[in-house]
Structures are given as structure tokens and as C-alpha cells.
Design a protein around this ligand. Structure first.
Ligand SMILES: *Cc1c(COP(=O)(O)O)cnc(C)c1O
Length: 389
């Protein structure tokens, strides 16, 4: 049996080049970066090298990169740091209905604390409406946060245009770029964003390390309080091996970006073509035009996505329904709901994400397996008689 991992949006394996770079920082190079003797300074230098590598991937200055404990922390920092800093100015935040829970649940917490939040809709392609964004702005709006790439349907939102609207109204703009990093070119200057969240484990780096880009001059409150790390803005002894790994993963992502995109697209499109041609009553959610190169989100009508997932798992194939974060709950995906997919069809939806280790043979094995699994499930499904299977 093959093992095929098609859930790169949930997490990625750490590349060997990345692991090798990290290993010495667990053992002989264990110094605390705040210590003034040689092994401390060596750790400090390693962090600053990583800062340059992550900055280069998004065209930021190294001094604008603040390492965090994960992408979730970066999102929380952007939201709560802005809300606390600008509370006297206003209590209104604009985001979208399709954000990651790191954003949605942070906003929900602020709503309990006297803030008002507007959740923008998406159209049938999965894209926000810039006119609705501009109309939602009030004189109390202090933050607009819109994700760059959606983690379930892979759609790429018009962040440059949205950030321009925010700037025109002098409102801070944040984007969750965790799914975008390493999958689409990112240039913070070109996008015109004030803050941007990223995470290492989605780009073949380790889990438990992320970063928030904060444009020079942007003032928000600190989220973690304690020591003077990260230029006094994010306390806590740095995860040195993790940060070193993030830096190396960012360097590789920048070096191989074109190759990665081309490889992902080729495999993703082959999977899409085979599914649509060979399995009846299936459709793809979200536009194929502005989309993460490795993402495919497919609804298989009349069956449960969970059943597909479990049978594929028995065949050594890893996929997900919805996102990794919501798959433990039976709530239908908020992203597919916002897209207008009827609830019974949401339950028949599977997310496939391909990545650098995926091969064409893997894709053909998955397509063959899917055909078999879907047919088997439809034979036992209660609607089969109606559909004549
Ligand atoms: C994975 C993910 C996060 C959370 O990042 P962690 O490092 O896992 O906390 C946030 N936003 C999006 C869009 C993600 O895909």
C-alpha cells in the first residue's frame, strides 16, 4: 500500500535541509540569545539570520519581523494589540466570514468586550466584495483584517485593493498570510499592508513558530509581557531551533517558489481533471482562477466527506474535510456555508492539498482510490435508489 499525504494545508513535513540546520541549536548551540557570552551571541546571530531570511520571502525589512509561537499567536497579537492600542479611537473591526478560527474567535472575544465586528461576505467564487468593504467602514473602524489565501478553498483575496481602501481611510490593515506564504509571491510593500501573519509549519518548517510582520512605524500593544526579546515587543525566550528552521524553510521557499508553484499546479490540476471526468456528481468549490496552486476542494454529492476520509485513510491516503482545525467538530464548514454550498453538500466535501513531496503516481493512486471509494459509498447510501446507482 502507498502512503499519500494530501493535506499540506494542515501541515507539512520538515525538509531535511531545514532539520539539519536546526539540530545543532538543540545540543551544542543551546545558549540563551539574551546571554552575553559566545554561545548566547551565537544564538542571537542565528535568530537575526532567520529574521533576514523570513523578511526576504515577503520583501520586508528584518526589523519588521517579530517571531511568535505560531501563526495563531500572530493573528491574536494583530487583533488584540490593535484593539487595545486604539480602543479610545474606536471599537469597530472589519473582517470576513471565511477567516481562520484564529481570527474569528479573536474577534468573537472582542465582541464580548464591547467591540463591534463586521463580517464581510464572499461571492460564489469565494472572493470578497470591495464595495461592501468600503461601505462597512465607519468613523469607529480601527482595523481591517482579511486573509490573503483561504485555508479551505484556497482562494486568493484582493488584498492590495483592500489595503488601499484601508489606507485611504487611515485604518490599520492586517492580513493572515499563513496559507499564502511559500505558495504565492508575497511583497508587503506592493500589497501595502500594515501587518501580516505567517507560520513555519505550513512551509516545510517546524511547528510552534510563526511571525508577525509589523510595518515600521505601526504602533500596537504587546501581546506577551515579560522580557525584552524581539525588540521589546514579544517577550519570552526565543524558540531558537524553531526560528532557525523557519529561516531556512523561508530561504528554500523563496529560492524554489516558481518550481513549487508549477509542480503543485500540475498535480492539483491532474487530480481535478481525473475527479471531474471519472466521478459523476462532483464539483469544485471556489474559483480556479485566483487560487492556491496546491488546493482542491471538491464536493461529492450524496455521500459523507468523513466516510470518504476514513476509507481513504485505510488506503494510506491523508485528506481532510473542512480544515484541520474544524474537523474535530461536526459543525459544517463556515467557509463553504459562506460560499452558499447547501449544508448536505458541505458534508460531502473533501479538501486535497498537494505539496513538494507529492508525485504524479500519488495523484493517480488517489484518483483510482477515490473512484472506488465513492462508488462503494454511493452503493450503500440511502439516495442510491433514487439516483439509480
Ligand atoms: C494554519 C493556519 C493558521 C494557524 O497557524 P498555526 O501556526 O498553526 O497556529 C492561521 N491561519 C491560517 C489561514 C492557517 O492556515
Amino acid at each position: 500500500m502507498r502512503n499519500v499525504y494530501l493535506d499540506y494545508s494542515a501541515t507539512t513535513p520538515v525538509k531535511d535541509e531545514v532539520l539539519q540546520e536546526m539540530l545543532p541549536y538543540f545540543t551544542e548551540k543551546y545558549g540563551n540569545p539574551s546571554s552575553l557570552y559566545d554561545i548566547g551571541l551565537e544564538s542571537k546571530e542565528a535568530i537575526n539570520r532567520a529574521r533576514e531570511q523570513v523578511a526576504a520571502l515577503i520583501n520586508a525589512k528584518p526589523s519588521e519581523i517579530y517571531f511568535t509561537g505560531c501563526g495563531t499567536e500572530a493573528d491574536n497579537w494583530a487583533v488584540f494589540g490593535t484593539a487595545e492600542k486604539l480602543r479610545a479611537k474606536g471599537n469597530h473591526i472589519i473582517t470576513t466570514r471565511v477567516e481562520h478560527h484564529a481570527m474569528l474567535h479573536s474577534c468573537a472575544a472582542l465582541e464580548k468586550d464591547g467591540f463591534a465586528v463586521t463580517y464581510l461576505d464572499i461571492d460564489k467564487d469565494g472572493l470578497i466584495d470591495l464595495k461592501q468593504l468600503e461601505e462597512a467602514i465607519t468613523d469607529k473602524t480601527i482595523l481591517i483584517s482579511i486573509m490573503l489565501v483561504n485555508n479551505e478553498i484556497g482562494t486568493i483575496e484582493p488584498i492590495k485593493e483592500a489595503a488601499a481602501i484601508a489606507r485611504k481611510h487611515q485604518i490599520l490593515f492586517h492580513t493572515d498570510a499563513v496559507q499564502a506564504l511559500g505558495n504565492v509571491p508575497i511583497d508587503v510593500k506592493e500589497l501595502g499592508v500594515d501587518m501580516l501573519s505567517v507560520s513555519a509549519h505550513k512551509i516545510y518548517g517546524p511547528k510552534g513558530v510563526g511571525a508577525l510582520y509589523i510595518r515600521k512605524g505601526v504602533q500596537i500593544n504587546n501581546y506577551m509581557h515579560g522580557g525584552a526579546q524581539e525588540n521589546r515587543r514579544r517577550a519570552g525566550t526565543e524558540n531558537v531551533p524553531g526560528i532557525v528552521g523557519f529561516g531556512k524553510a523561508a530561504e528554500i521557499a523563496l529560492r524554489d517558489l516558481d518550481k513549487h508553484i508549477e509542480h503543485s499546479k500540475k498535480l492539483r490540476d491532474h487530480l481535478r481533471e481525473r475527479i471531474l471526468a471519472e466521478i459523476p456528481d462532483t464539483f469544485v468549490n471556489g474559483t480556479m482562477e485566483h487560487r492556491h496552486p496546491g488546493n482542491l476542494n471538491v464536493t461529492f454529492e450524496y455521500i459523507e466527506g468523513e466516510a470518504i476520509l476514513l476509507l481513504l485513510n485505510q488506503l494510506g491516503i491523508c485528506v481532510s474535510t473542512g480544515s484541520a482545525c474544524s474537523s474535530a467538530s461536526l459543525e459544517p464548514s463556515h467557509v463553504l456555508s459562506a460560499l452558499g454550498v447547501p449544508v448536505e453538500m458541505i458534508h460531502g466535501t473533501v479538501r486535497f492539498t498537494v505539496g513538494d513531496m507529492t508525485t504524479m503516481e500519488d495523484i493517480d493512486y488517489v484518483a483510482d482510490s477515490l473512484k472506488m471509494v465513492v462508488q462503494r459509498l454511493r452503493e450503500i447510501s440511502s439516495v442510491n435508489s433514487a439516483k439509480g446507482w
